[in-house]
Structure formats: structure tokens, C-alpha cells
Design a protein around this ligand. Sequence first.
Ligand SMILES: NC(=O)c1ccc[n+]([C@@H]2O[C@H](COP(=O)([O-])OP(=O)(O)OC[C@H]3O[C@@H](n4cnc5c(N)ncnc54)[C@H](OP(=O)(O)O)[C@@H]3O)[C@@H](O)[C@H]2O)c1
Length: 380
Amino acid sequence: MNTKRKKISILGSTGSIGTQALEVLDKLQDKFEIIALSAGRNTELLKKQTEKYKPKYVCVAEGADKPDVDGAKILYGSEGLNQICSDKENDIILVAVSGKVGLKPTLTAIDNGINIALANKETLVMAGDIVIKKAKDKGVDIIPVDSEHCAIHQCIKNRNDVDKLIITASGGPFLHKTLEEIKSATVEQALAHPRWNMGRKITIDSATLMNKGLEIIEAHHLFNMDYKDIEVIIHPQSIVHSAIEYKDGSIIAQLGVPSMHIPIQYAISYPERFEGIKSQSFDFAQAARLDFERPDYKKFPSLDLAYNAGIQGGSATVCLNAANEEAVFAFLNGKIRLYDIYTTTEKMLSSHNIIKNPSIDEIFGIDKEIRIKTREILKV
Ligand SMILES: NC(=O)c1ccc[n+]([C@@H]2O[C@H](COP(=O)([O-])OP(=O)(O)OC[C@H]3O[C@@H](n4cnc5c(N)ncnc54)[C@H](OP(=O)(O)O)[C@@H]3O)[C@@H](O)[C@H]2O)c1
């Protein structure tokens, strides 16, 4: 039995995934030691976490208030996250920041041979080809935290025998609403996700199904799967987290109650499994039925947009990610309607000149340019 505690850093410890990861770690204190915690601007919560977990470093976003903490070295911004990810004392880094800020530290951790538990899907949407190749070259494991990819990771034995990935989607708060109702949805309605309690950006992406689109791109990179072999199926109960179809027609799915604790714990503990935070078991008899239906691409056109950007490849997914994120922020700030997130992203993609194999510098350059242009179009 392995008695050495695994050393872990959590980037984004104040967020939805980050706080749930700490709840998981509370149950696994004999298994893990926390090296670093990072926040964006929520220095109050970071202070409380620092008092409890006593990390070696804390990091906050550039320009955030200096956290009032004792005993931990205080770091700032992208440089600070890179410093955490350069510390080879880490066995694993949970990348649970939101947005493009996750990409650079992930690359730094891989360069230093440190395994990654990856929640930040933007990393693979922006630079999946580079990240996956680098991880392979360095022998680094990237274990997905997203419940769908975690499910697939658990189901796959031999990738060469797999014909198809079946990614489930709850359908979000507007599943059976009309297009007109979706177009005029309020921020409050869009944030009321029926199954998952998540950060605001991903919750809006779930309402438009762009989140599923980003997950298709993530799955393409993680499992080296053609887009034509990745299917999305709506499953409102969120019990089947995803499935794979083997070439002999066998389908293997991973099931469980909808809780992010399980995939977080799986990702940070892999290849071991612990009882840890085990939530209630799924009761098949009580559930009685599991429903499935095809997505409505007319009501949720963001899904097709993401498929097409993925198929085009290169910088198309960088453009998709940046334009969508800026439009989501504009919606959250009451500047545009929900459906305008799609029309804006579509407009940006149709005018984007795709670069086939962008370097990391080019990716950040394109990301910046698209964000500026999107804000200009939206007049925000
Ligand atoms: N929530 C879920 O269930 C879920 C499921 C699958 C995948 N994911 C993915 O996991 C990531 C995190 O999602 P979330 O729902 O946990 O988001 P969230 O609740 O908004 O948390 C985001 C975290 O990132 C930090 N952060 C934001 N901007 C930053 C910046 N510029 N510099 C440094 N730190 C920054 C935040 O800090 P402050 O709050 O202190 O500002 C917070 O700790 C996303 O990529 C999301 O797509 C989430």
C-alpha cells in the first residue's frame, strides 16, 4: 500500500470546482498534502482556506488585493501560477481556474513532468494539439475532471477498440422551451441549471449547449477521436455521465448520482480509487427511468458551431472560445440577449482567417484580437 501523501496544488481553489476539491481533500487528509492554493479576486475565502490548509504558496490574480495570510508565500498573476507549476514537489496540479488563464500554467506543469487533473476545458479548446503532444512527449498524465470525460476515461480500456464516444448532456434549463422563450431568456433563468451547481460562465454555456460543444473539442483531443465519432445525446437525469461504443457493438457507460465530487476525486487520485467522499449510491429501482433524446440543433445552434470549429481545427477553436466567452460576459452583464451569444460567435468565426497550426504565442495573439473585436461588435 502507498503510504506517502500525494502533493497537490489547486489552481482556482475559490471556485466551484476548487471548493468541491477541498471538500474531497477533507476526506482524504491521510492521502494528500496541499502545496499551493490560488484565487482570482476572492482573497477573503483564500485567507480562510490558507488558515485551514496551510499551503506553501498562495496566488491571486494580477491587481487583486494582497491576501492577508500568514505562513504562505504570496504570488501574483500568471507568473505566480507558473511558479507553482514549476515546483517539482507537486505530484499533481488540479487546474480549476476558469478561462484562458489555465493554459500557461498547464503547459508549465507538463514541462516539469507534473501530472494534471484538468477541469479547465479552455486549455484543450485553445491549444489541444500542443498540450496533448507535450504531455505525451513528457510522459505526463492529463486526467479529465469534466464528468463526461472522466466517465469516458473510466470506460476506455483499449482506445483502438473504440468506435464511438457518446457524450451525455442534461439539456440545461431550456431543454423543452421554445426558440422564442430561449431568445428572450433572462440571466436569472439561464443561471438556473436544473442539475449542476457551477460557476456562472459554464452555467450559461450549459444553457446554450456551447458547453457541450466545448466538451466535444475536449474529447477529440483527450481521446484522439474524430469529430464524426463523437455523438451528443440529451439525458435530462444526468445519471449516465457518458459512454463508449466498442467496435463489436458493446456499449460501456459510467453512471452515478450527479456530483462533481466523484470526478474530482477520481482525477486527483488516479490510478488509485478511494472511498473518500462517496455520496449516496444511485438507486436504480427508485430512479425507475432514464430518458434520452437527440439535441435540437435549431434551438441550440452553438453545438453545431462548436462541431464545425473543431472540424476546421487550427485557430478556429481559439476564435470560438474567445468570442463565446466575451459574448457570455456581455449577456451576464445584461448587454445582449442569450441568443446573441450564438449570433456573435458565429459572426466572429465566419470572418476569422484560420491559422492551421498556431504556436502558443499565436494562440494568445488571436485570443486577444478576437476578444477586442467581439467587444467592439457588442459595443461593450
Ligand atoms: N463547475 C463545474 O461543475 C465544472 C465542471 C466541469 C468543468 N468545469 C470547468 O472548470 C473550470 C472552473 O469552473 P468553475 O465552475 O469552478 O468556475 P468558477 O466557480 O467561476 O471558479 C473559477 C476559479 O478561477 C479563478 N479565476 C478566475 N479568473 C482568474 C484569473 N484571471 N486569474 C486567476 N484565477 C482566476 C476564480 O477565482 P475568484 O473566484 O477568487 O475570483 C475561481 O477560483 C472552468 O474551465 C469550467 O469550464 C467546471
